[in-house]
Write a protein that binds this ligand. Structure first.
Ligand code: C5J
Length: 232
């Protein structure tokens, strides 16, 4: 899928070197939303330790700054539903049998509803007007969204995928992208899970069997490779 004339950057990764083609590679930041990451949000209300996710903010901030400085493409996603919940599957609504469900009032507005404070992206990584924000109703960023069309229209063949949570929305999106022919690189310090064992296994699953879904690296290695990129 990549254009042979494009500049290629070698990124140290597992299971082997990733050939990053800056012109064809977008940074896709998954669901860095206030309700998942902020103390007092819905994630913490469910009893989760948000510090497990908050450690990803600073590496994401640095990677995003470098990506923007080089003039490369950035996209963000948010998990959430229409205020009328018309497209929310009943199965998703009742799953977990929790006292609080999607659409109910939560600590930062209605839970996982578009337009509510908790649904928005944390200020540290707030999208710029030129960066598409994909509102997704599911875990994967391709299902029921226009992400695939946007990537195709912009000539993107590779994704650096970051965000939360590693084993849920990041993994689902990487699998969806892989099936659509995209090469995915996941920096381990820029993805987070509330559960350390899921963090480890979520990354193992991506890079196992010769990179069955993609590559795993570290933001420092991507930044080192990007430093050698001369923007046009
Ligand atoms: C995400 C979730 N973003 N864990 N959602 O992973 O429900």
């Amino acid at each position: 899928m990549t254009n042979d004339q494009s500049q290629k950057l070698k990124v140290e990764a597992e299971p082997y070197l990733f050939d990053l083609v800056p012109d064809e590679c977008a940074l896709l930041i998954i669901d860095m939303q206030r309700d998942f990451l902020e103390p007092g949000g819905f994630g913490e209300m469910l009893g989760n330790d948000v510090s497990q996710l908050r450690r990803t903010i600073e590496p994401n901030r640095k990677l995003l700054a470098a990506w923007r400085a080089k003039g490369l493409q950035v996209l963000h996603t948010r998990e959430g539903h229409r205020p009328d919940l018309a497209a929310l599957p009943g199965a998703k609504k009742v799953r977990g049998r929790g006292k609080k469900r999607i659409g109910d009032p939560g600590p930062m507005g209605r839970i996982l509803v578009r337009g509510e404070a908790g649904h928005d992206i944390i200020p540290e990584l707030y999208p710029q007007p030129s960066e598409p924000v994909i509102d997704k109703p599911g875990k994967g960023a391709f299902w029921a969204t226009d992400l695939h069309a946007i990537l195709q229209n912009r000539g993107i063949s590779q994704l650096v995928v970051t965000g939360v949570t590693t084993e849920v929305c990041v993994n689902t999106t990487v699998r969806e992208a892989n099936d659509r022919g995209f090469d995915c690189l996941v920096p381990e310090d820029c993805v987070g899970s509330y559960f350390p064992e899921f963090q480890r296994m979520g990354l193992e699953m991506i890079k196992a069997q010769g990179g069955i879904f993609g590559w795993v690296s570290h933001s420092g290695k991507i930044l080192a490779a990007l430093a050698g990129f001369d923007e046009k």
